[in-house]
Design a binder for this molecule. Structure first.
Ligand SMILES: [Zn+2]
Ligand SMILES: [Zn+2]
Length: 339
């Protein structure tokens, strides 16, 4: 089979490898679509170091091509999405139901080889069946959606609470949609790119605010009657937007730091956080339950994944796909690779 290997930062190659075979309790998946996200780009450019060579990718959907001994839930030809978080199931975190924090947790495409290849073997508990109506593209995006489902669960948005989503990339748009589905009112979407703000409106945002033109802090305070928002979701992943997110919060509000930043925060107004009893949550990854719910959201048409893909490439053109994904982030939601 062919696979995309990162040999050192920015050095991608398509190489031949042996076809993997499923062991006990494992399924062999023929990859159909694998999407590239910011996590892949951080690994690609060396910001997140990995052991080289490494096969990249963790957002994937495909078809069951073989099953190992003891696999009863899957048959040949089943369409599946893959939860790329491998967990031990035995550590304290796993036993207590916080498997996203597993002490021995590994992510496909980071700690172990990932999904940018023709065939993939995973434990059957990591595979989720897709109904026929779900496309492979939508199936590949169920993984990022499941991390959004996880963060929304921690945000615990109540009906009529005001929610601000800062950043309208693919996961920001998913947050906008799920906040609306949770009954938030108003849902205020902040973003830099007009095309993404249009999508945010289509996802159900009550108000969109241009980060480039409008003064987001002034606008949010105006739109919330001078109160600030009950929940602010930072989906950019930069220190400055996290600080801005704090300025948008109502006293007693919850800040969901969803975007991941490798940089430290330059300053934090601790006294203000004390006076406003600020809660900050840093959601990480997802559980199987979140993944299951993400499949249901897509299967029931509660969220449309089609607009999330900005460009399509063949697996053999992976190097071009990564260059495109990095070139101008304002133009990119997700880049999909197909087999
Ligand atoms: Zn991802
Ligand atoms: Zn564990």
């Amino acid at each position: 089979m062919r696979q995309v290997v990162l040999e050192s930062p920015r050095e991608l190659k398509v190489v031949d490898a042996f076809d993997p075979a499923p062991g006990i309790g494992e399924v062999l998946v023929e990859v159909k679509t694998s999407a590239i996200c910011g996590t892949d780009l951080h690994i690609y450019n060396g910001g997140t170091p990995v052991d080289y060579p490494r096969v990249l990718g963790h957002e994937v959907a495909g078809v069951v091509h073989g099953v190992g001994e003891g696999v009863t839930e899957f048959g040949l030809g089943d369409a599946v999405a893959i939860n790329p978080n491998l967990i031990c199931g035995d550590c304290e975190r796993c036993i207590l139901g916080k498997e996203n924090l597993c002490e021995r947790g590994r992510l496909l495409g980071r700690e172990v080889d990932g999904t940018l290849r023709e065939f993939l073997v995973v434990p059957q508990v990591n595979a989720f069946k897709l109904p026929p109506a779900v496309t492979f593209v939508a199936g590949a995006l169920i993984q990022p959606l499941s991390t959004v489902v996880h963060a929304q669960r921690l945000a615990d948005i109540r009906s009529t609470e005001s929610v601000v989503v800062l950043g309208q990339g693919a996961t920001g748009l998913m947050h906008t949609r799920l906040s609306k589905l949770a009954g938030a009112s108003p849902v205020i979407a902040i973003g830099r790119t007009p095309a993404k703000l249009e999508l945010a409106e289509a996802m159900g945002a009550d108000h969109v605010v241009g980060a480039a033109d409008d003064e987001p802090v002034v606008e949010v305070w105006r739109l919330t009657g001078g109160q600030g928002a009950d929940v602010v979701i930072e989906a950019v992943g930069r220190p400055e937007t996290l600080l801005q997110a704090m300025q948008l919060l109502k006293p007693g509000g919850r800040l969901i730091a969803f975007g991941i930043s490798p940089e430290p925060l330059p300053s934090l107004d601790l006294y203000r956080m004390y006076m406003t009893e600020t809660t900050i949550v840093f959601p990480r990854a997802m559980s199987r339950a979140d993944f299951h719910r993400a499949v249901a959201l897509v299967a029931t048409g509660k969220i449309d994944m089609a607009p999330m893909v900005s460009a399509n490439y063949a697996l053999d053109d992976a190097a071009d796909a990564f260059r495109f994904a990095e070139e101008d982030p304002s133009k990119v939601l997700r880049v999909a690779l197909h087999l």
